[in-house]
Write a protein of this length. Structure first.
Length: 285
């Protein structure tokens, strides 16, 4: 430390240059991140804009800016070669320790690069990994930030996001299928219940016709309804409904459960619940 202080004291002019480099690097770093951050937010809604690549590239360039600034500072002190030689004498052990300690860091970094290149998910995608479910808010060099439906941010290391089985509701296309299930009693007219369900489904504003032209020509059902179980006290009907994205599908499913229940009540269709028959026997003496 004393030797380093002597070098800094003797090279006061160089020290002034170093301060200028530090300030310039900090200003350039902050300015770059602010401008690019605004640009990414501004173009986020554009369909052709890849926000994931832009955000990751922003972080990579930010690291490069810092490294370039540090490099300039080191080259400003030619007298530091002697100190550097002393430090490098024990570099072998140091590198081994750092390498062992940074395995997870390097794993996350490489996984982050692979995520950006292969794109199993991107910003604004709805994903589920392990017990975490939410919307991808950010992808950094080390981790992925997921905002769950309680507005909490979950930080998941990139190595986990890369190695775990991941459910991406937005992969390839946003269109989403929502099951709507209703139970009816054994005395109910099944065909009548199906007609009521289909009427409510097709009249919902979020419902879309997902059929391809070939399926339409073959007159495939736009909203198929099937009997999926015959239980102890009820018959269960399931309808396949489609919406533009998972958010609309969830809202549509909730609305249909309510509207179909109201129509069933109005049409006299019973939604059964478990009940027991009590038999009373009067034994005569």
């Amino acid at each position: 430390m004393k030797e380093l202080w002597q070098i800094l004291k003797s090279d006061s002019i160089i020290l002034g240059h170093v301060i200028v480099i530090v300030i310039a690097t900090a200003v350039f770093y902050l300015l770059f991140n602010r401008l690019t951050g605004r640009g990414i937010k501004k173009h986020m809604s554009h369909k052709d804009f890849d926000a994931t690549n832009a955000r990751f590239l922003q972080q990579m360039i930010s690291v490069v800016i810092i490294l370039v600034g540090l490099s300039f500072i080191i080259f400003m002190f030619p007298n530091l070669k002697h100190i550097a030689t002393t430090i490098l004498a024990g570099a072998g052990v140091l590198v081994a320790v750092i390498g062992f300690a940074s395995q997870q860091v390097l794993s996350n970094l490489i996984s982050g690069i692979m995520i950006v290149v292969t794109k199993p998910y991107k910003l604004k995608d709805r994903v589920t990994v392990r017990t975490v479910e939410g919307v991808v808010e950010d992808i950094t060099l080390r981790h992925t930030v997921i905002k769950n439906y309680e507005n909490k941010r979950i930080i998941v290391p990139n190595s986990i996001m890369s190695s775990e089985v991941l459910v991406n509701s937005n992969f390839a296309e946003d269109i989403c299928c929502e099951w709507v299930e209703m139970s009816i009693s054994y005395t109910t007219d099944i065909k009548k219940a199906k007609v009521i369900m289909k009427d409510e489904i097709t009249n919902h504003p979020f419902f879309i016709d997902h059929r391809k032209p070939l399926n339409k020509n073959m007159e495939d059902d736009v909203a198929p309804i099937r009997v999926i179980s015959v239980g102890a006290y009820a018959i269960t009907l399931r309808a396949w409904t489609w919406a533009q994205d998972p958010g609309n599908a969830f809202v549509m499913g909730c609305d249909l459960l309510e509207s179909i229940k109201e129509r069933f009540d109005k049409e006299g269709i019973e939604i059964p619940y478990p009940y027991s028959n009590v038999i009373h026997k009067n034994y005569s003496e």
